[in-house]
Design a protein. Structure first.
Length: 134
């Protein structure tokens, strides 16, 4: 076997190992129940802010701690702790995606993604007159 064949085989083995490692370490969308069963795994959870419960953020006391209650898509509610500043317009968000893991009865989020309401919801564009497009 030539040296070039050995190098090509080694490159293929490394590429396969990288793909397998990437697939097993990637986060998945889940819910609070699964996060409770897998406290060591980082998960993405989609839910809605529970506006009936308090949103706690005091920049003077601790600017890097923000807590709120969220209900996941299956209806389970948990307190979420986010060790960072509260995002602007957080209360206006339609949905929240939290990325992190469970510790005890709280979910500790490393990052938040907000889906804010669109100003274009269900609005149809006005007619263009006699011009036709397409």
């Amino acid at each position: 076997m030539k040296i070039i064949h050995i190098i090509i085989i080694l490159i293929l083995v490394v590429a396969v190992a990288v793909v397998i490692t990437t697939m097993t370490d990637s986060s998945t969308y889940s819910d609070f129940a699964e996060a409770g069963r897998k406290p060591d795994k980082e998960l993405h959870i989609i839910g809605k802010l529970n506006r009936a419960k308090p949103i706690e953020y005091d920049a003077k006391k601790n600017a890097n701690q923000f807590t709120f209650y969220m209900v996941d898509e299956k209806g389970l509610e948990k307190q979420v702790v986010y060790n960072n500043a509260k995002p602007q317009d957080f209360e206006k968000s339609e949905k929240v995606v939290i990325i992190g893991s469970m510790k005890g009865d709280q979910f500790f989020a490393k990052s938040l993604l907000l889906k804010c309401p669109s100003k274009y919801n269900d609005k149809k564009p006005s007619k263009f007159g006699s011009k036709k497009f397409g």
